[in-house]
Design a binder for this molecule. Structure first.
Ligand code: THU
Length: 134
């Protein structure tokens, strides 16, 4: 369970990070903030590239920052965009690697929490470690 205070803190962190988004091509800045079991918050932004497919989403930047610092357990991720857009398929898959119960908070730039769901709900019948190992 996430307290209202933590919900607001995560959305605020994602909103603050969003200012650093590098999105000159789409003009669609995204900010993400990931709360780990250790209580830390890792933020991320989308980083675009002139060679478009090299672009990376805000959610994956946040996950990779956390994992590269030893984090493995995630409680929740907040994603902030102008219109409360949902995480893309690639980000759902990457998040699923670390747990289907991670909460996903989708908010707009006015801090309105539009959707609260889980990675498992966003990615039913996820492909995971069990499939690879059997
Ligand atoms: N984007 C994200 O950062 N997260 C998502 O889940 C959806 C899309 C970014 C990628 C690109 O820089 C821009 O939004 C438009 O697709």
């Amino acid at each position: 369970m996430l307290t209202d205070e933590l919900r607001e803190k995560l959305i605020e962190s994602a909103l603050e990070a969003r200012r650093w988004a590098y999105a000159p091509y789409s003009g669609y800045p995204v900010g993400a903030a990931l709360l780990t079991a250790s209580g830390r918050i890792y933020d991320g932004v989308n980083i675009e590239n002139a060679a478009y497919p090299n672009t990376i989403c805000a959610e994956r930047v946040a996950v990779f920052k956390a994992v590269s610092e030893g984090e493995r357990e995630f409680i929740a991720i907040a994603v902030v965009t102008s219109n409360a857009g949902a995480p893309c398929g690639a980000c759902r898959q990457v998040l699923s690697e670390f747990g289907l119960d991670t909460l996903v908070l989708i908010a707009d730039e006015q801090r309105n929490l539009m959707v609260e769901t889980t990675v498992g709900e966003l990615l039913p019948r996820a492909f995971g470690m069990e499939q690879v190992r059997k």
